[in-house]
Design a protein around this ligand. Structure first.
Ligand SMILES: Nc1nc2c(ncn2[C@@H]2O[C@H](COP(=O)(O)OP(=O)(O)OP(=O)(O)O)[C@@H](O)[C@H]2O)c(=O)[nH]1
Ligand SMILES: [Mg+2]
Length: 209
């Protein structure tokens, strides 16, 4: 039983987004990873209980591609926001990404926060407690990771797969149906001119369709 999930990786330039994706999907780490200009695509399955979630991972460049990334917010099933624990500015930027995403993404998106480069403890500028508190307040799953030493990398992706809404894991046509989340529906009043009868009708619109 296979199920697809679109996962976006967002964060400051140099935070380690590509390194995390490559560690997870290819099992490699480059000391000198080159900057991502648009985005990289990775496909990697994860087995969760008796199911397989096939991740389609979009790893965006942290510089100058934000508008492009925003075009994908609506479709995303999950997002991993990455900051670098040795760079305070990258944590500030991570919070910005969370705010931007919240405005446009599905209500049931799985959002996680990765404090990357956790191997560089001596250079730490962002306390794990601060990030954990922020994550808790904002409904994000949080872990410190290291693409270099592999710490928590697989676990992070596995946790995302585990948290995907049940509906996304159904095997058949169900994922083609709009998810009827009571909070995602907006009422819209429309004039209807059915059979010459000028009656007012209530329409249901799906906010995210
Ligand atoms: N020590 C350490 N270095 C890391 C880690 N992850 C990434 N790096 C290094 O940090 C640099 C930037 O990593 P990238 O993966 O290219 O970062 P990015 O977020 O994809 O950057 P952009 O594509 O420019 O947005 C590279 O030289 C990596 O080798 C980590 O966990 N620990
Ligand atoms: Mg990159």
């Amino acid at each position: 039983m296979n199920n697809f999930a679109q996962l976006l990786i967002l964060g400051n330039a140099g935070a380690g987004k590509t390194s995390l994706a490559k560690r997870f999907a290819q099992g490699i780490f480059n000391e000198y990873e080159s900057r991502t200009h648009m985005y990289n695509l990775f496909f990697q399955p994860v087995a969760v209980n008796d199911k397989t979630i096939k991740f389609e991972i979009r790893d965006f460049g942290g510089k100058g591609t934000s508008l492009y990334a925003e075009g994908c917010y609506r479709e995303a099933d999950a997002a991993m926001i990455v900051y670098d624990i040795t760079n305070k500015e990258s944590f500030r930027r991570a919070k910005k990404f969370v705010n931007q995403l919240r405005k446009k993404c599905k209500l049931n998106i799985v959002m996680t926060l990765a404090g990357n480069k956790a191997d560089l403890l001596d250079a730490r500028k962002v306390a794990a407690e601060e990030a954990q508190a922020y994550a808790q307040e904002n409904g994000l799953f949080f872990m410190e990771t290291s693409a270099k030493t592999e710490t928590n990398v697989y676990d992070m992706f596995y946790e995302i797969a585990k948290r995907l809404p049940i509906e996304k894991r159904l095997p058949d046509h169900s994922h083609h149906q709009p998810l009827l989340n009571p909070f995602s529906e907006v009422y819209k009043e429309k004039e209807s001119n059915e059979q010459g009868n000028h009656s007012k009708k209530l329409y249901f619109d799906i906010a995210f369709s």
